[in-house]
Design a protein around this ligand. Sequence first.
Ligand SMILES: [Zn+2]
Length: 175
Amino acid sequence: MAQVRVYNKGYDLDTGVGELLHTTTVRHAFGMIRRGVADPVVLAIVEDRIVPTALELTRQLSGAWVEGAGRRSIGFSYQAIHERDHWCCTYCGRSVSKTPPCEALLATVDHVVPVSRGGPSSWLNLVSACKECNNRKGARTPEEAGMLLRVDPYDPARSYRVGGHVEALPDAIAS
Ligand SMILES: [Zn+2]
């Protein structure tokens, strides 16, 4: 089932830049639109049906919120990191794969804060990266390497951290 990207209010239609909160199912996306929680910003035709592929919340979320609280957590693995990041390099955005057309695009998992600096192997510190970007970044932070994370890492089952603190999932989005 196709996933719909959900952006915080402030999504820029012209550049496609926005704060990605999480992804959801098409069915849930229609529910959010019906409830006035979100507006569709990108549409696609899938099997002769117009479906949203990206939504923008109608009001801005700040702080952090918990998605699917109580749901059992998603199994953590390097494979799961690539799936969360849609098999795209978090730094350059190119598609990565275990069997890439060239070695530069080999799927690797990068520690945002390097292991040598005490960076943990966790949902929030691991991202999908192509071999080329991973090698270029080396044992540096993205800031030191002058590289930008296109999407902030998040735990798909537990939370999305926007600010420094945790807020309850707004009722309107809980269903
Ligand atoms: Zn890359």
